[in-house]
Design a protein around this ligand. Sequence first.
Ligand code: G1P
Length: 291
Amino acid sequence: MNKIKKVVIPVAGKGTRFLPITKTISKTLLPIVDTPVIQYLLEEAVQAGIKEALIIIGYSQNDVINYFNTESTYVQKLSKDYEEIKYIKKLKQQIRISYVFQEEAKGLGDAVYHAKAFADKDDFALILGDDFVFSNGLSTYGIGSLCKFYEKNPNYYLGVQEVPYEMAYKYGIVKPETQISNCFKIDGIVEKPQNNPPSNMACVGRYILKNSIFNYLEKTKVGVGGEIQLTDALALALDKEDIYASEFDGIRYDVGSKAGYVEATIAVAMSRNDLSENMITDCNGLRLRYW
Ligand code: G1P
């Protein structure tokens, strides 16, 4: 069976929308309740059956490496008493984590190109850290839904979601051609269209990429925002490759925005038995009880 075994997670962005906290802490380490975003992303990959992860970090992001370091004496001690720390050790046994530095922020296409050696000859998954997918109790969600499509028909798959037309300028937008079971074959894709988007189906941070993406990235010129865009490489690929788009299971939050981050935090908190009984919602929103 065709299986996706590798995932690439670029997290090198500066996170300026979350200043001041991102002055010293990487955005991907911001907690949703008590667990950093990056840990949820890795769990999503593990649920999808993925065994190896490459995290693409910027030069000032040793804090990400430190987070997953469980070797120090202090952490060894903690892991004796705290399940939360034991859990990180377990996660690392389920998925092998490696890192690569992206020297300059030259765009998502450039970040993905840094995964060439890691991917070797394999097709792989890509998870973007600003898009958090809450499982809501499902075992197959987010990238797992796309992996299932790939297993049946190994091709490019893009996770998409309908967005209001006036929001299309923020996303890579696909042009659906024909519907094939739960997927759309696409015949166009545009990065952040300023007007006349080809649809309101937006790429929302989950991709299955074939190894040939590296050939297209090599031919991709600087695009929107002066950056190498993955979307432009996918547009080049469309000449020769079949690319499908599909919605995926789970609830997606834009944790790159403050509102989305707060929403995700509330959703996760409400789903947790240890917290939800201390939380009440009413018409004025969410309140916490302290008694
Ligand atoms: C990136 C991609 C864009 C995609 C978006 C999803 O944009 O370039 O195609 O729709 O992620 O979150 P960014 O949000 O990094 O500008």
